[in-house]
Write a protein that binds this ligand. Sequence first.
Ligand code: SAM
Length: 499
Amino acid sequence: MNGWNSGYVTDVPYTAGWYSQQSPVMMALACQLCGVAVPFPRDADPVHLLELGCGQGYGALVQAASNPGWRVTAIDFNPTHIAAARAWAVEAGLTNICFIEADLATFAEDPVGRDIPEADFVTMHGVWSWVPDSVQSGIVRLLRQKLRAGGVLHLSYNGLPAWGPVLGMQRLLREAGRRLAWRSDHQAEEGMAVVKALLAAEARHLDRAPMVKALLARLEDVPRGYLAHEYMNEFWRPCFLADVAAALSGAKLEWIGSSQLIENFPALTMTDAQRAIANRFEDPLMREMVKDLCVERSLRHDLFVRGARRVGNATRDEMLMDVVIGMGVHPDELPAEVEVPTGQARFNAAFYGPVVEAASRQASRVGDLLRLAEVEGNRDNPAELLGMLVGANLAYPVLRPDADPDPGAMHFNRIAARRLARSESLNRVVGLASHRLGAGAHGSLLDLLVLDRLDAGDAVVPDLLRLIAPPSNAVSALRQAIEHSLHRRMPILRAAGVY
Ligand SMILES: C[S@@+](CC[C@H](N)C(=O)[O-])C[C@H]1O[C@@H](n2cnc3c(N)ncnc32)[C@H](O)[C@@H]1O
């Protein structure tokens, strides 16, 4: 500890990250799917989005750039993060976002904290299960004061029991790393080397944890800053949902469901026998605990509402019929099936074929897609259509279908391309600001770079090959990836209003 960091890593910055679950549009959609009335923001609504523990602020910046009429406040106690985020906001000319350097342990009592307005949406990614009790209770006090009645909280954290078999690995990694190196990213690296060696020596509690092996298998691709922030914190404590929900009830928050849409479908997450056991309980938290014992879910993305307005199935379906969606993949690239916790869920071509064709031509209301003459199958289940297409990142909700590409959002994307190109890998998932979506559009860093060079016309491919300068044995694969981005991804991003 250095006196102000409460045992949290502050000597190396966290990587710039974007997660679709943090967008208010996705939060509202997931709440509606779970039968809670959270309307999509309308243009005249003075929406306030608050992000707690914003890191370098990329997610908050995408939200601000996509929604110039909203106000975004983002808080982090690491001055390096706040300085980087503010510099980015200035370069992008964003005036609707404010980055505050503050400790969440005490922000609720801070005069600056008292002055910020109530928030409609709060998001906190990667903070809760990495900080001590004093910070968690400060967060609860802040939420009690600042999340308005009816407002939504998105909270992601390391969940139990999925992390259970990995507790020993994290402790070993942290303790060994601290004894072998000084800076926390070097500590993580040294600690990992010890874990790897002990696994090779058939240590029982590493050998029988598939998550340990999966982590080691992709270690080369994991940024060192990420490793430090994931494993080197003093208060690394994966949590059960039941305990998180009990803590948040102090802010009158009620658990609603997951912002990973597919996780809200018992039939896609549990077998019949598992569901029968879950259904013995009326308490939704108990049903979720049964589910947690059945699925491999290490990072939970939970939604809580302060004053949930629950609606019946008929009203829920009416809300979902009005959701407008556009396709996030080319129709030829729609997979035959998607992986879900219970196995593979197939896309029935007679049903999804016409839906996908129509949504690719033009963003459309779910109700209109389900009424298409060519559709064969159940036309009364908007939740399933949204769960399968949006939940698998194949389609996205469109907040403002008639909006033109916004010059401010386009400028932000250009700045993002240049900033991220310096440090990130080309297949890194990024959000591209879109006023039409009211959120980031799903893409890769390569898409962002191609977008940035579209003006170069025929020269895009040679330009990018020159800029990226891959080793000679990787030129052909990179050329193909650029061509794919140019001809398949760009039309999708254009339809999403990114440019
Ligand atoms: C894993 S990072 C996640 C950053 C960001 N949400 C993202 O997903 O990119 C956790 C962040 O919480 C911040 N943090 C940790 N403890 C904090 C505290 N007591 N007060 C404010 N911020 C804190 C860290 O500085 C760090 O930026």
